[in-house]
Design a protein around this ligand. Structure first.
Ligand code: GLA
Length: 725
């Protein structure tokens, strides 16, 4: 029974195979966290007690704990230590999980245990603990959900106004996580910018508060809503204790890591409370996004694998875990940009099909006046010059070649040069007295508005009903500024950030319901919205706009910390140099990159020679033989590009019968050797055929490893490993 309540010690135990999460109700009725970490089976062992070292010698803390000190204030302080959601109220000074203003101006929330419910379903269990304010009609329910076989717990919070007067929520966080006491935690997080997403940073925490957040309206390139903590930097890829989490939110978010004066480390996260409030009217509830947390006793690698399994099995909208055929996609955006037309696309589709591509995607530039990025967004009809007879001739050709068809859209945007903006300038996000800042020449439509959501649903529904479209690439190419909503009452205007995201999710949900077979690519100038929130509705990701194969190594190392390889298109193309850094790398190196994720091709086939087409076709054919490992294998990061002139990763089948080993080097110097590549995730007693390199035991591959000779820059290998019969 993974979730239990022990009424003797008033304690909750949430147990997964390798993790225990525990709470207790204190003598004054507060709910407090007592453990998050390795498995402890006896609830009694976790209750917070302060024992004296020597009989007769009591510290002040011992005395409050035993009740022998009457100071109410100090007893409260002890009772409120590690309060599970920690509202801002009473004698507490940490980052709050709830902050509210009541109708009489009181800004102090006191939440005490009221009741709880445990619910068991076939492959998950939930616990909901209801807390209520002693004097005001605010109910806060803390939710917990665990899944079979995963050291992961989903948490979220629901606040309900049970009274008649409005309550202003100034902050309602998804969860507060308490780690074992200690003052030397190391925080891992991801920073970045456009074309440089998922860059891993590791910082030592001290008694302080570190805020990871974004305020740009989308989950964004600068920071990723993910964290990991380990003690004193002791964790490695495959060893050490790691506490980690990821937020399911595509808008402004905040994750605060703090260590207090008693060396208590905690992490609080959810919707960013900056410039954000929510008016909770009588009987209304507000539900926060989910904050998924987990614990690994075997390093960052095990933490990532838990998140990957979680995403594959429980987050993605399709039953992805069972679906191992990751279709190879063609998209020529990086070589032709807006310069497309129906004849050219039909010709490209023929070659794409010949070399083995399975999806043909038409990117930006197909609609209204869209010849560059200055006009057309908002006017979602075919360009009369580029597609004079609509999309049908192209879609028919694509389908005749046995491929499925995909189309790019950017529904949340409008160009000032468009019919839509002329008709509905009030649909954008703006302050009437301020200039509207454009980004990539476009403004953001206010998806918080119901009329904007309905407009978007209607034209997308029509597009999908009238055309045989299998994939939609849904893009979002700027951040949100001047966050005004003039038509909204003043006391609700700061709800715009949250309502925008709710509106976006709602349009996705309606479209998915009406067109259940259409799949979506999550794109935001590359990976600007790579968050768990959007993956409830989307099936694939544009990893980045950066096609540079060397930059890819670090992008992939970071990305794979929290999301699985099956999602991003990992493309290759035949452009001689990549636009971002102007670097040229061998075509074979570019082909190898394709194997890391969902392979995609972006070549200008009009410039391809016979050998390049042959090698592309051979790579695609090989990819089709191994893609089940990319889709469902366990990811092991073997050699880090941060410390070495190469990156090695492997994807091992869960039954340990097969694996894919991928190695990309960059630049050797000083006659150095590459590190020996020690494999993981194999059965030590099984013999494996390692590509054309010979036969080795799993033990040999994992303990001794493989040493490779590399001389040139940008060398790479794709090695298929299989159990010998
Ligand atoms: C963004 C996307 C690209 C491409 C362009 C089209 O930059 O990330 O993949 O779709 O928009 O304008």
């Amino acid at each position: 029974m993974p979730i239990t309540y022990n009424s003797d010690c008033k304690a909750f135990l949430i147990s997964t195979p390798g993790m225990t999460y525990a709470m207790e109700v204190t003598s004054l009725g507060y709910l407090r966290s007592t453990h998050w970490g390795g498995v402890v089976k006896r609830a009694q062992d976790l209750s917070v007690k302060l024992l004296s070292l020597r009989e007769g010698m009591l510290t002040w803390k011992d005395q409050y704990a035993s009740g022998s000190i009457s100071s109410h204030e100090r007893k409260m302080a002890f009772e409120k230590q590690n309060e599970e959601i920690a509202p801002w109220g009473g004698y507490m000074f940490c980052e709050p999980g709830v902050k509210a203003v009541f109708h009489d101006g009181t800004r102090d929330v006191v939440l005490k245990y009221h009741s709880h419910e445990i619910d068991k379903k076939e492959n998950y269990e939930t616990l909901s603990v209801t807390l209520k304010d002693a004097n005001y009609p605010l109910k806060v329910v803390l939710h917990y959900r665990i899944y079979e076989g995963l050291d992961i717990v989903d948490r979220w919070t629901v606040a309900t106004n049970e009274g008649e007067e409005d309550i202003l929520l100034e902050s309602l966080q998804s969860a507060a996580w308490h780690l074992p006491q200690g003052k030397e935690y190391r925080l891992s997080h991801m920073s970045g910018k456009w074309s440089a997403e998922y860059q891993i940073e590791r910082i030592q925490l001290t008694q302080s508060k570190v805020v990871l957040d974004n305020r740009s309206g989308i989950s964004n390139h600068f920071a990723t809503p993910w964290f990991a903590l380990d003690y004193k930097g002791q964790a490695q890829e495959e060893s050490g204790k790691v506490w980690f989490g990821a937020l399911h939110w595509s808008g402004n978010w905040k994750i605060v890591a703090e260590i207090n004066e008693f060396h208590q480390a905690r992490v609080v996260g959810g919707i960013n409370d900056f410039d954000s409030t929510w008016k909770l009217a009588a009987s209304e509830s507000f539900t926060t996004p989910i904050f998924t947390g987990g614990y690994s006793n075997a390093g960052f690698g095990k933490a990532s694998r838990a998140l990957h399994d979680y995403v594959n099995r429980h987050l993605l909208p399709h039953p992805h875990a069972a679906e191992t055929r990751l279709p190879v996609m063609y998209n020529c955006w990086s070589v032709f940009e807006f310069d497309i037309n129906v004849e050219q696309q039909i010709k490209l589709a023929k070659v794409a099909a010949d070399i083995g591509c399975e999806v043909f995607m038409v990117d930006d530039g197909w609609f209204s006046t869209r010849d560059d990025d200055t006009s057309g967004l908002g006017d979602w009809w075919c360009s009369p010059t580029k597609f004079p007879n609509g999309l049908k001739p192209l879609i028919d050709a694509v389908k005749e070649h046995g491929m499925t068809f995909g189309l790019w859209v950017e529904p949340e945007m409008v160009n000032e040069q468009s019919e839509l903006f002329n008709k509905h300038p009030e649909w954008t996000i703006y302050f009437p007295t301020r200039e509207r800042t454009t980004g990539r020449n476009q403004l953001v439509l206010n998806f918080g508005r119901q009329d904007v959501q309905d407009w978007c649903y209607d034209w997308m529904d029509k597009l999908l009903t009238e055309n045989d479209i299998d994939w939609i690439k849904w893009d979002m190419n700027r951040y949100i500024s001047e966050p005004g909503w003039p038509d909204m009452p003043k006391d609700r205007q700061k709800e715009i950030w949250t309502r925008f995201v709710h509106g976006l999710y709602s349009v996705y949900a309606r479209l998915r319901k009406k067109h259940p077979n259409v799949k979506y690519i999550n794109c935001s100038s590359g990976g600007g919205r790579a968050d768990f929130g959007l993956f409830r509705y989307t099936d694939r990701l544009t990893l980045t706009d950066n096609g540079d194969c060397l930059d890819f190594l670090k992008l992939w190392w970071g990305y794979s910390q929290f999301l699985p390889p099956r999602l991003p298109g990992t493309g290759f193309n035949n452009a001689p140099s990549n636009g971002i850094n102007g670097r040229s790398v061998p075509f074979e190196y570019r082909l190898t990159k394709g194997f890391f994720g969902a392979m995609s091709v972006g070549s200008n086939f009009f410039k391809s020679d016979a050998n390049e087409l042959k090698r592309s076709a051979e790579s695609i054919a090989l990819y089709k033989k191994v893609r089940h490992l990319v889709a469902a294998g366990d990811v092991y990061r073997l050699v880090s590009p941060y410390e070495n002139p190469c990156m090695a990763m492997m994807y091992a089948a869960k039954d340990k019968s097969q694996a894919l080993l991928l190695i990309m080097t960059h630049s050797m110097q000083f006659y150095n050797l590459l590190p020996t590549v020690k494999l993981q995730g194999l059965d030590p007693d099984t013999l494996y055929k390692v590509g054309d390199l010979g036969t080795y035991s799993g033990a040999g591959l994992m303990e001794k490893g493989l040493a490779f000779k590399y001389k040139a820059d940008y060398d790479s290998r794709v090695i298929f490993i299989e159990k010998c019969e």
